[in-house]
Design a protein around this ligand. Structure first.
Ligand code: SF4
Length: 160
């Protein structure tokens, strides 16, 4: 995504994934993100790993299937934190890596992104970043840079 966006934008990254459990898994993925930032020369802000936040928001949605209402809340939680960070940094446009995944509903992600951004006076760069070879390129670079590739989405429900 950074590679593609850098053709037209100045890119800064922010990491906020308190949905990822357990903590060792979160750390492992964050390490890979640090490698990406280093390799691409991109700044990376890491927001606190607020482990209580996700259960607070999703407590009544634990039985939901992956891709259902729980994920909608989870997308919103992360985009909300991104928007707050962007406002504080004086950044006017936000985007998300979520659409790189072939398992995610891109229309829902983009709708939430537009909604969250608008409420913070920002623009949301909607896109389907797995398209036009985006997903294949992410796999290729992961191999080249030795990045960890997760085999579940993030929460314990998705792990099970
Ligand atoms: S499956 Fe993924 S997107 Fe859905 S709630 Fe769990 S971590 Fe969030």
């Amino acid at each position: 995504m950074i590679e593609r966006l850098e053709r037209e934008w100045s890119v800064a990254c922010v990491w906020h994934n308190p949905n990822i459990q357990p903590a060792e898994e979160h750390e492992r993925r964050l390490e890979s993100m640090r490698t990406v930032a280093e390799r691409t020369g991109t700044s990376l802000a890491v927001l606190p790993y607020d482990v209580d936040r996700w259960p607070e928001l999703c407590a009544r949605l634990l039985e939901e299937p992956e891709g259902g209402a729980r994920c909608e809340v989870c997308f919103r939680m992360r985009l909300e934190a991104t928007a707050q960070w962007a406002v504080a940094e004086g950044i006017e446009t936000i985007a998300t890596t979520l659409s790189i995944s072939p398992h995610k509903d891109v229309e829902r992600i983009n709708a939430i992104g537009h909604d969250v951004a608008a409420r913070h006076g920002l623009l949301f760069l909607a896109g389907d970043f797995k398209q036009r070879g985006g997903f294949q390129r992410s796999v290729e670079l992961s191999r080249e840079w030795g990045l960890y590739r997760q085999n579940y989405c993030g929460c314990l429900q998705s792990m099970r």
